[in-house]
Design a binder for this molecule. Structure first.
Ligand code: IMP
Length: 195
């Protein structure tokens, strides 16, 4: 079995990656098993940040590494919060604070388009110096609603309206979200490439 390290401390991401890659004879191990220090996400693109994290995990483990980076881009905010989605509201950011700031910024400009999209990039680096990393990118178009709806999901989901489903991402069962989402699309590309 081929071993790949996942550059994330998120237990849900690890479990999902393990479930999807096991049939391909790939064992996914968490970077925490190797005491990999956190990498600073200094990139200004999702691709750069994913590469920084994967390279860091590969460097400290000597294994191929997978990393992901994701966020939401709002057209009227010129693509913000983008790569800063998790830390949009600054130090001590939480989903609630980030959503409150997003709503506030769009409330102040009532006539602007609320078009938005989620972006997910998943990168596989075969080794620390891999100059041709595998890059998989998925997007998911939606619209920001000022009133939160739904309890599922995380992050900006209660404010992300999915037109084709007539509800927010937080109102979709997890399997339906995975079938449509930015992350689901990037994962499908990764699996296809590994096959
Ligand atoms: P990352 O973990 O550094 O990739 O940060 C991703 C951030 O983008 C999360 O903290 C969320 O704020 C946001 N985000 C990415 N994907 C989703 C999603 O599927 N639903 C809701 N928020 C998301």
């Amino acid at each position: 079995m081929e071993k790949i390290v996942l550059a994330s401390g998120n237990a849900k991401k690890l479990a999902e990656m393990q479930r999807l890659l096991e049939p391909l004879n790939i064992e996914v191990v968490a970077q925490s098993e190797f005491s990999v220090p956190e990498a600073d996400e200094t990139g200004t693109t999702f691709v750069e940040n994913a590469i920084i994290k994967a390279r860091n995990a590969s460097k400290y483990t000597g294994l191929p590494a997978i990393a992901d980076d994701s966020g939401i881009e709002v057209a009227a905010l010129k693509g913000a919060p983008g790569v800063y989605s998790a830390r949009f509201s600054g130090v001590g950011a939480t989903d609630a604070k980030n959503n409150a700031l997003l709503v506030e910024m769009l409330t102040d400009a009532p006539d602007v388009s609320r078009n938005a999209r989620y972006v997910a990039v998943i990168v596989l680096m075969r080794h620390e110096d891999d100059a041709t990393p595998l890059i998989c990118q998925g997007t998911w178009d939606g619209e920001i609603v000022l009133e939160p709806q739904g309890e599922q999901g995380f992050g900006y989901d209660p404010h992300f309206f999915v037109k084709e489903k007539h509800c927010t991402a937080a109102q979709l069962p997890v399997q339906e979200k995975n079938a449509l989402s930015h992350r689901g699309k990037a994962m499908a590309q990764l699996i296809q490439a590994l096959q």
